[in-house]
Design a protein around this ligand. Structure first.
Ligand code: ADP
Ligand code: MG
Length: 261
């Protein structure tokens, strides 16, 4: 990207990665309308690691989908690195998502027939890196897999890897494009506590190396690894910087709600 001297000046003031104002998301209409988000104002600065907690149904995934440009708000604005993306059409949104966002899901979402290496190379092939040769893509994918500790597993398929290893592949895939924002929706939700702790250690390491991360979690133990804890309830923000003790209380309340289902 070419920059003029003028916008270099603007770059000195680091742009917020996320700035939302009055975000709402209504699913359906009329009698069956579900108000999943009811006016979310939030900001995330470059290099922040934010955990997002809240009971099941509070709107966490809906918010992550909008932040990740997978979905658009019904109303309100979402400014991603200084650009209002809330009204962009699907193609534009997909382009932004591919270039700037890395996703990590609870269920890994790897393609089962592809090796770890191919899974990680995939975003490079889709992402307008036409300038990279296949060999360069491979090199880049290998180096990210090495960085997540899987240098010796690159030719394994997902079913030949443990859950923790699969999630590492998913993290490598999220990072291969060098995204501005990493979004993780319950990344340890399917893992035993040891593998979960390893994934959290990896996310912390990413954060220390400068990544901006928003992570949904039900676990106060995991949330404590973030820099700041936000809480949602019924589609509204109830805390922007929850203490770890309060997060533990929230966890016990939300897990009781889970059991009641
Ligand atoms: P969380 O991730 O916190 O559990 P969600 O964002 O998934 O919450 O859901 C928030 C609310 O929106 C819930 O009431 C849920 O049932 C509803 N919801 C989520 N996705 C859809 C959808 N595609 N269509 C209709 N309602 C939905
Ligand atoms: Mg969810």
């Amino acid at each position: 990207m070419t920059r003029t001297e003028d916008d270099q000046g603007a770059d000195d003031v680091e742009k917020r990665v996320i700035e939302t104002s009055g975000l709402t998301r209504v699913y359906g209409r009329g009698d069956v309308a579900v108000h999943a988000l009811r006016g979310i104002d939030m900001t995330v600065d470059p290099g922040e690691f934010v955990a997002l907690m809240g009971a099941s149904g509070s709107g966490k995934s809906t918010l992550m989908n909008i932040l990740g440009c997978l979905d658009r708000p019904t109303e309100g604005s979402y400014v991603l690195e200084g650009e209002d993306v809330s009204q962009l059409n699907k193609d534009k949104l997909a382009g932004i998502r591919n270039r700037r966002i890395g996703f990590v899901f609870q269920s890994y979402n790897l393609l089962p027939r592809l090796t770890a290496l191919k899974n990680v190379m995939l975003p490079l092939m889709y992402n307008g890196h036409q300038s990279l040769s296949k060999g360069e893509m491979r090199e880049r994918a290998v180096s990210v897999l090495e960085a997540v500790g899987l240098g010796d597993r690159i030719d394994h398929r997902p079913n030949e890897l443990s859950g923790g290893e699969q999630q590492r592949v998913a993290i490598a895939r999220a990072l291969v494009n060098d995204p501005s924002l990493v979004l993780a929706d319950e990344p340890t939700g399917n893992l035993d506590s040891k593998s979960g702790d390893e994934i959290m250690a990896l996310l912390r390491q990413l954060h220390r190396s400068g990544a901006t991360i928003v992570m949904v979690t039900h676990s106060a133990h995991d949330a404590a690894k973030a820099q700041r804890i936000m809480a949602l309830r019924d589609g509204r923000v109830t805390a922007r910087d929850l203490g770890v003790e309060a997060a533990r209380r929230l966890e016990s309340v939300t897990s009781l709600e889970g059991e009641a289902r």
